[in-house]
Write a protein that binds this ligand. Structure first.
Ligand code: ADP
Ligand code: ZN
Ligand code: MG
Length: 494
């Protein structure tokens, strides 16, 4: 790839979390429903039935457009996209062709510390299709397909970027940033493994320094952010290999095979569908009043980019921590609640940073192992705040706090209860520690001799022995002071 530059444009589909479907009154929530129970003549595509526009879906797509800094069309319309496939009940999909609801936006991401701006070509409204299951009869081995129409007509928003993306990592970051925005807006669950968020990547390469774009290949069937990354990397490498060996990249659609780690041809340009788009005659053109758009803009929540900037300014966080903590609205809310609780409990300036560290590192690890979100853990923001207070007051040392947070995660108890139950209180009382210090010095004549011979690090070893004897509960600076006192007394006696 060294001689070539990657050029990528993404097309992402997100299902909207509206109550009803896009063009009928059937519930849009189909995940737990028995097959073909959320259907009506409209979404079954029965002749004579008439679609109606879902106002809530339009409100959602306007929110998305605003969040992506798009212009919102005052006049929009729906078009029929025709193609014959069994998942399409009507033989066409009601989509949008030349007048999408949103156009000309942008998405800002950070890739390896560098700010990147990716243009958004359009965001348009369409509908999902039925779900096919391809099976085979165990007795005869004959193949057959089942069709579940519940998903048919669920509102789907397609977002198309300009070919501004220059690496697989940048593509992954763009998708994650878009997913985060959808979740902040609350318009979609945007879940890749549930299928409520899907992505196709258009990939081409060109010689470094060249202006002209190369021939693009559309890659489909990626089921995770990781597979988007891998598929793009692999496809770029395949194209480079083709060019290096004197071949030509052909315009086609390829599918990503996760297990094999390769893309394979699905159909060439010649076999591409001609969708014969034409205006949907059963729906009126869509007028979107600027006043309504302004009203929606007023209701937008604080978005990830703003929230990240505020976290940096208000809580003094490094950009990287702020990015991690604002990656989902639930996590950002958790963090802010923990900071607020810590302040209410008398926390100092440092608390906000400590809260970030403990949330990202310890809680992040525990939640990851338990396959839950941090904000779903038994360690509530209030409990984390109490833990931070115990750390700040010196009642808990860092190592004990780590044990405490693990126990809190497992037992659903408060920081103080866990500290008492497990006897984790830090020993700061010099009277209590003096014995351990004396013992360490008495038990380790070699270390003492080394120290007296000028090897200062031997003192550290002795402090370590005190920590060990108290099972890590000694306050390390008090322990160090006591050891130093003893050693200095011995030095004076020499
Ligand atoms: P089509 O006519 O096939 O729909 P478009 O020009 O509308 O093609 O672009 C579809 C998607 O492909 C967009 O996301 C766009 O950014 C991307 N794209 C267009 N040209 C290229 C290219 N040369 N390399 C990579 N992606 C491209
Ligand atoms: Zn219906
Ligand atoms: Mg196009």
């Amino acid at each position: 790839m060294d001689d070539y530059e990657l050029v990528i444009g993404l097309e992402a589909h997100a299902q909207l979390r509206t109550r009803s479907k896009m063009y009928c009154a059937c519930p849009a929530d189909y995940q737990d429903a028995a097959p073909n129970t959320r259907v009506c003549p409209v979404c079954l595509g029965l002749p004579g039935s008439l679609p109606v526009i879902n106002r809530e879906a339009i409100k959602s797509i306007v929110k998305i457009g605003l969040a992506l800094h798009c212009s919102i069309a005052e006049r929009s319309k729906f078009d029929r996209k025709n193609y014959p496939y069994p998942d399409l009940m009507k033989g066409y999909q009601i989509s949008q062709y030349d007048l999408p609801v949103c156009a000309d936006g942008r998405l800002d991401v950070e890739v390896d510390g560098a700010a990147r701006r990716v243009g958004i070509e359009r965001v348009h409204m369409e509908e999902d299709v039925a779900k096919l299951s391809h099976l085979s009869d165990p007795a005869s081995g004959e193949g057959y397909s089942l069709i579940d129409v519940n998903r048919s007509g669920v509102p789907l928003v397609e977002m198309v970027t300009r070919p501004d993306i220059r690496s697989a990592e940048e593509a992954r970051q763009c998708l994650m940033a878009y997913q985060t925005i959808l979740r902040y807006l609350g318009v979609s669950t945007a879940n890749m493994d549930e299928g409520s968020f899907r992505c196709d990547a258009n990939v081409s390469i060109r010689p470094k320094g060249s202006e002209a774009f190369g021939t693009k290949v559309e890659v489909k069937n990626m089921n995770s952010f990781r597979s988007v990354f891998r598929a793009i990397e692999h496809e770029a490498e395949r194209q480079a290999e083709t060019l290096r060996s004197g071949g030509r990249v052909v315009q086609e659609t390829r599918g990503w095979l996760e297990d094999k780690g390769v893309t394979v041809s699905l159909r060439s340009k010649e076999e591409a569908n001609d969708y014969r788009y034409f205006p949907e005659p059963d729906l009126p053109p869509l007028s979107i009043a600027p006043a309504w758009v302004a009203e929606i803009a007023e209701l937008l929540p604080e978005l990830p980019e703003e929230r990240k900037r505020r976290f940096i300014a208000e809580h003094g966080l490094p950009a990287y921590d702020a990015s991690l903590l604002t990656a989902s609205p639930g996590l950002a809310d958790y963090y802010e609640a923990a900071v607020a609780a810590a302040r209410a409990q008398g926390g100092t300036e440092r608390t906000a940073k400590a809260a970030a560290n403990w949330t990202i590192t310890e809680l992040g690890r525990l939640a990851n192992e338990a396959h839950i979100e941090i904000h779903e853990s038994p360690v509530t923001p209030e409990r984390l705040a109490e833990l931070l207070g115990l750390l700040e007051s010196g009642e808990l040392g860092t190592a004990q706090a780590k044990r405490a947070v693990e126990a809190m995660f497992q037992t659903d108890k408060s920081a103080r209860d866990v500290m008492t139950d497990l006897g984790l209180q830090q020993i700061t009382d010099s009277g209590e520690l003096a014995g351990a210090a004396a013992q360490a010095v008495a038990d380790n004549p070699q270390a003492v001799a080394d120290y007296l011979a000028g090897k200062e690090t031997a003192a550290k070893f002795l402090v370590g022995q005190v920590m060990k004897a108290t099972r890590g509960k000694a306050n390390p600076s008090v322990a160090a002071e006591l050891v130093a006192e003893r050693l200095n007394a011995m030095k004076a006696q020499e």
